[in-house]
Design a protein around this ligand. Structure first.
Ligand code: HEM
Ligand code: SF4
Ligand code: SF4
Length: 387
């Protein structure tokens, strides 16, 4: 572990963890369920999003009116909308905590590279879901956000016009305009990307033997309670919607910076090229991060001593990296199954050695007999000291 990681751990992570342990107790500390909680918020988003869809109408002339109906008239409309909004914020906050924790606990590279890379894709598409969600409101802020986003896309070298074209439709005179298609496409992205996320999550968990995808019930109730509390204390409102002038770019947008920070920077007058560099630096930086650190020991994977293996599967169940498979054996042994190690997946963590009661699996760098000898020597030293 490098010193700057230690410094972050001491000055930030451990004090925060201590406070959270006091508030929630160690068993229900949300910081320990950093992977499971984004899942919880995702389900809350699915459920409330489905309810919002009952009343939402995706056209230029009806989108704002339907949002107004949801916010001020539909039964529980405002509560559902508020929970949807705060669940989106909660998801982004916990994804950031999750990202940070897997990074500083060094569980993101080598054998964890698949969850890391898929995580970067999840993180990127999550931005798009949030962004399109804010556009769907179609109040004055949403119109401004759409305008700025189109300008940002246009400024992207070479493919910018094409990208912006996705948000526009061309009229008979050849001009590109914001039309009903703009809203329809934003809705398709807003609904379609979360479905894609389900597939990405399957990829995310592919190399994790037992991913902790659910938080304990008590923590789930605390989080849902928190969501309801915030939604009740600060219900979301709707901005103005005078007949919108699409040519006018607002001076500021009242949106949360978690999802719309590039647009906020554009409105603050930042150079578009610099904003794109900052936007792209996030996934690219995360992508190269695992390759900047030193590699762990390679080529020293676990190996099975076939004569001792009873096929009990304990090592298979304990291996966190899906590196062990149980295969049928036909070598004349009285046991039916044999553990087999896939060297490509093995992180030489040693858990299987601890799991095996038959001395049937070893790691060349620390064979069981040597570890036992060390333990015995240490115990002998201890008893001498206490004598
Ligand atoms: C939609 C957002 C995400 C969800 C729902 C999610 C969910 C999860 C869950 C449930 C686990 C298993 C945790 C455990 O067993 O302790 C996990 C592991 C992991 N995630 Fe995510 N994740 C998301 C985004 C990300 C992002 C943005 C990154 C980083 C770029 C990331 C990187 C990882 C890594 C490296 C692991 C393996 C850690 C380990 O094995 O201890 N994830 N994720
Ligand atoms: S050492 Fe054993 S438990 Fe660890 S990854 Fe390799 S096979 Fe799996
Ligand atoms: S725990 Fe030991 S005996 Fe059991 S399957 Fe694994 S290697 Fe074989």
């Amino acid at each position: 572990m490098t010193t700057y990681v230690e410094a972050i751990q001491k000055s930030l992570v451990l004090p925060l963890e201590k406070v959270a342990n006091k508030v929630f107790t160690q068993k229900y500390n949300p910081l320990y369920y950093h992977g499971a909680l984004p899942n919880l918020f995702l389900w809350a988003l699915f459920l409330t999003g489905l309810l919002l869809l009952v009343y939402y109408q995706a056209t230029l002339s009806t989108a704002y009116a339907s949002m107004k109906y949801i916010t001020y008239q539909a039964p529980f409309g405002n509560a559902i909308r508020s929970i949807h909004r705060y669940a989106a914020d909660g998801m982004m906050i916990f994804v950031l905590i999750h990202l940070f924790r897997v990074w500083f606990t060094d569980r993101y590279r080598e054998y964890r590279i698949i969850p890391w890379i898929s995580g970067i894709v999840l993180f990127t598409v999550l931005f798009l879901v949030g962004l399109t969600g804010y556009m769907l409101i179609w109040d004055q802020d949403a119109v401004a956000l759409t305008n700025v986003t189109i300008n940002l896309l246009r400024s992207f070298p070479v493919i910018g016009t094409g990208l912006a074209g996705f948000m526009l439709a061309t009229d008979l005179s050849g001009s590109s305009l914001i039309t009903d298609y703009t809203i329809t496409r934003m809705l398709v992205l807003h609904l379609g990307i979360p479905l894609l996320m389900m597939f990405l999550l399957w990829w995310h968990y592919l190399r994790i033997t037992r991913p902790v995808t659910d938080a304990p019930l008590a923590l789930v109730l605390m989080m849902v309670g928190g969501l309801l509390l915030v939604a009740g204390a600060a219900p979301v409102v709707l901005g103005d919607m005078a007949p919108p002038d699409f040519a006018v770019v607002a001076k500021s947008i009242h949106l949360d910076g978690l999802y719309a920070w590039p647009q906020q920077l554009a409105l603050a007058g930042w150079n578009m090229g610099v904003i794109w560099l900052m936007v792209l630096a996030v996934p690219v930086g995360l992508f190269v991060l695992p390759y900047l650190q030193k590699k762990a020991l390679r080529g020293q994977f676990a190996r099975v001593v076939a004569d001792n293996c009873t096929g009990c599967s304990l090592c298979y169940n304990d291996c966190p990296y899906e590196a062990i498979t149980m295969v049928d054996r036909n070598d004349g042994s009285r046991f039916k199954r044999l553990a087999t190690v896939n060297p490509e997946h093995c992180a030489n963590c040693g858990l299987c050695v601890g799991a095996c009661a038959f001395k049937a699996i070893d790691i060349p760098r620390c064979e069981s007999k040597d570890v036992l000898a060390e333990i015995e020597a240490a115990l002998a030293g201890q008893s001498l000291a206490s004598a």
